[in-house]
Design a protein around this ligand. Structure first.
Ligand SMILES: Nc1ncnc2c1ncn2[C@@H]1O[C@H](COP(=O)(O)OP(=O)(O)OP(=O)(O)O)[C@@H](O)[C@H]1O
Length: 723
């Protein structure tokens, strides 16, 4: 896909004047506007020049003062990163907003907000904005190089910039005016003023032409950042404390993914050092989705955030299994079964321990070994327990040596612990195991499974997961995606999984309890941002409630809801919402920011495949991206029809993103999380019939468009969509 050249803030809406009014009666207008625009352009030029000087300064720094080679390499790489971060991309505006308040500008710099160092030092004092009467908000901090390093642009993540996103008439946060800028390319072409010190209801509800223009700006490639137009309710989530796990329920297009990515960028800025050590990870449903969101964090200056699918983390499946087996294997009760299965590997000793030193023999009776092993069983991770058993047995031998008048030291204890007789006892009593060997043993052997699952799984459930034809060895086993989560659980029972600092989990409603537990281990010492929509759950184990999800994740957190849809126009959203009562009772119908907007066509046709190709070709005449979303089984037929009609297109599959083509042919099961300016959906009934939660899949598919949706069908529409 093409890289984003205009990561910028909102451009002027096509067809609007250079100074689009934001709020009735408050816009820049008349003769004042050109002056204002000229002054703002002058500030942009000054900021650009200051950035050039900051970069020149960074380039002049040398790593030569480093004490040794390793430090020099490290310093050099930091300096390189700093120079790269200070690059000025001509198409990216250096600021997108401005705030004003009355008073004297104290001309002092807020705590250095630059993202190069840890910003852990940004304490509460700086949150109020020290002394500035005007501040410009942008993607990165830029300062003058005069003595007091006056900030020309503040990083949007600095505490003081919270006001740009959250101040309103109800709480002005000490500011008088918010100004948003519109850009075309790198050119500042428009501004929009919003006075904050007027009563809330004066002049009717506030709408921002620049926000609407930004949302409706045609898509050209991967997802873009929303830093210029983050909404107050989104900003609260973005800036939630690192220590807090936040769970966001939101209808399609309410900005959950965008919010999760901006939260990652915010946390990295605010806790740079801590998170550089512990790490931040974004988990998404598949590679196509990760590719789609991959440009957002780099555009925000964060290039070192890992993005992974659950398969990347737990290991790609090498086989598939029946849905009933996956459902049981995904259930949280499996954790107990696995725990029992693992600890059954610790066995009663048949013999004691005899350790020979010189002519002396030291003996521990079998009941002594048994007691020692029994005292440890289940109190630690399995591997640590084995090491501790070795040390305890060695210690008991040492006591016998002392009783004989010897004076052995710690080194002798280590020798004994590593000796052959102790190892033999360990192998008999507390053998080394691998997750694969334990699971292979469990799923191959009805007796072993019964022993571990007694009182936990029913006979039918046990039968569902028992392999009908067990593979000969763990190595030859074909592991399914559900098995991978079980292996991960076992791996953690054997050795503790390392926790990261923060995890962003998108489309979390689709994860099984066991997958959530696996992710929970990876943020056990940190926190998480959990994003999803119960109505878009398409797996047989999809979550019914967020409390349940948080419970499996092992995190305490607040559930918040995003209610306003930014992507999907009102007419399209209303059409899709007819499915809601059938897929998620209790969820309110989503609300679109652009209530009256959007073009919806529902057409019955004799030849869906041909009609879809023709419709897609017509849509390519318009600006922006086009998604042709079809039943998985029909992808090939549609690809052939597009080829025959000479319509250039990419085909999305699990590994690819359809490359650079504006038209993407999308199997229904890969549409989740994606969006296109124009969407054509082929044969909804077939999409709905293809899987157990097919209506939920259809809801996902119907909510991917920003501008228009065409639904083509030969078979009757699913009942809830017949109007
Ligand atoms: N504050 C905003 N300003 C501008 N655009 C926004 C804003 N919030 C969201 N959007 C845009 O709305 C679209 C939908 O956002 P996003 O994909 O994050 O929604 P979502 O809730 O994750 O959707 P889904 O559940 O369908 O995956 C994106 O194009 C995003 O850039």
């Amino acid at each position: 896909m093409p890289g984003r050249s205009d990561t910028a803030a909102a451009p002027a809406a096509p067809g609007t004047a250079a100074f689009p009014p934001a709020t009735p009666g408050t816009a820049a207008s008349g003769t004042a506007a050109p002056d204002v625009l000229a002054a703002e352009r002058a500030h942009l030029a000054a900021a650009r020049e200051a950035l050039r000087r900051m970069r020149a300064h960074a380039e002049s720094l040398s790593a030569d003062m480093a004490a040794d080679w390793v430090s020099r390499q490290y310093l050099e790489s930091l300096l390189d990163q700093r120079v790269a971060a200070l690059a000025d991309h001509p198409d990216t505006p250096l600021f997108f907003g401005r705030m004003d308040r009355d008073g004297e500008d104290a001309r002092e710099s807020p705590d250095d907000d630059s993202a190069d160092d840890s910003a852990d030092h940004l304490d509460d004092d700086s949150a109020d904005g020290p002394g500035l009467t005007t501040m410009y908000v942008g993607r990165r901090h830029i300062h003058d190089d005069d003595g007091d390093r006056r900030p020309l642009v503040l990083d949007w993540r600095a505490p003081v910039c919270r006001a740009f996103y959250q101040a309103g008439p109800a709480d002005t946060m000490g500011w008088r005016l918010r100004r948003r800028f519109g850009f075309q390319g790198g050119e500042l072409t428009a501004f929009e003023d919003e006075p904050l010190d007027v009563p809330e209801d004066a002049g009717g509800p506030r709408t921002s032409a620049l926000l609407t223009a930004e949302i409706e700006r045609p898509r050209t490639g991967p997802m873009r950042d929303i830093v210029a137009t983050i909404q107050p309710e989104q900003d609260v989530i973005v800036r939630a404390d690192l220590g807090r796990t936040v769970c966001v329920q939101g209808a399609p297009g309410t900005g959950k993914t965008a919010v999760g990515l901006h939260r990652a960028a915010y946390l990295l800025f605010t806790h740079r050092e801590r998170l550089a050590r512990s790490g931040v990870l974004i988990v998404g449903p598949n590679r196509a989705f990760l590719a789609y969101i991959s440009a957002v964090l780099p555009a925000l200056g964060e290039v070192r955030v890992d993005q992974a699918t659950v398969d990347d983390l737990l290991g790609a499946p090498t086989g598939t299994g029946p849905a009933e087996a996956s459902a049981v294997k995904g259930d949280a009760r499996m954790a107990e079964v696995l725990r029992k299965a693992l600890w059954r590997h610790v066995r009663k000793p048949e013999e004691g321990l005899v350790y020979t030193r010189g002519v002396a023999k030291f003996r521990l009776a079998d009941h002594e070994v048994r007691q020692t092993a029994a005292a440890l069983r289940g109190t630690t991770r399995y591997a640590a327990g084995r090491d501790m058993l070795a040390q305890r047995l060695a210690h008991q031998i040492l006591v016998l040596m002392e009783q004989r008048g010897e004076a052995p030291d710690d080194r002798v204890q280590d020798q004994v612990a590593r000796s052959r007789p102790v190892k033999q006892v360990l192998d008999a009593v507390w053998p080394k195991v691998t997750p694969e060997a334990v699971l292979h043993g469990l799923l191959s052997d009805a007796d072993a499974l019964r022993a571990a699952a007694r009182g936990v799984l029913t006979d039918e459930e046990q039968a569902a997961i028992l392999w009908p034809k067990p593979p000969r060895s763990p190595r030859s086993a074909k592991w399914t995606s559900a098995d991978r989560a079980l292996l991960d659980e076992l791996a953690d029972l054997i050795e503790r999984t390392r926790s990261l600092g923060h995890l962003v989990v998108d489309e979390a409603q689709d994860l099984s309890a066991m997958q959530l537990r696996a992710l929970g281990r990876r943020c056990a010492a940190g926190s998480a941002t959990v994003l999803g929509d119960i109505a878009q759950g398409t797996t047989p184990w999809s979550a019914r409630s967020w409390d349940e999800v948080l419970g499996h994740l092992g995190q305490e957190g607040d559930v918040t809801e995003l209610a306003v849809g930014f992507r999907v126009p009102g007419t399209v959203l209303d059409f899709a919402a007819a499915l809601l009562p059938h897929i998620a009772t209790g969820l309110a119908a989503p609300r679109s920011l652009r209530a009256g907007a959007g073009a919806l066509t529902v057409r019955r046709t004799g030849d869906v495949v041909q009609d879809a190709a023709d419709t897609a070709r017509g849509l390519l005449e318009l600006e922006g991206t086009v998604g042709l979303i079809v039943p998985d089984a029909a992808v090939e037929a549609h690809a052939r029809a597009l080829d025959a009609a000479g319509v250039p297109h990419g085909v999305l599959d699990l590994e690819s993103t359809g490359e650079d083509e504006r038209l993407q042919l999308v199997p229904a099961t890969l549409a989740k999380g994606l969006e296109f300016d124009h969407v054509v959906v082929a044969e909804p009934a077939e999409i709905a019939a293809a899987e157990e939660r097919g209506l939920a899949r259809l809801y996902v598919v119907l909510t991917r468009s920003v501008t228009s949706l065409a639904v083509l069908h030969a078979a009757p529409l699913p009942e809830p969509l017949r109007r």
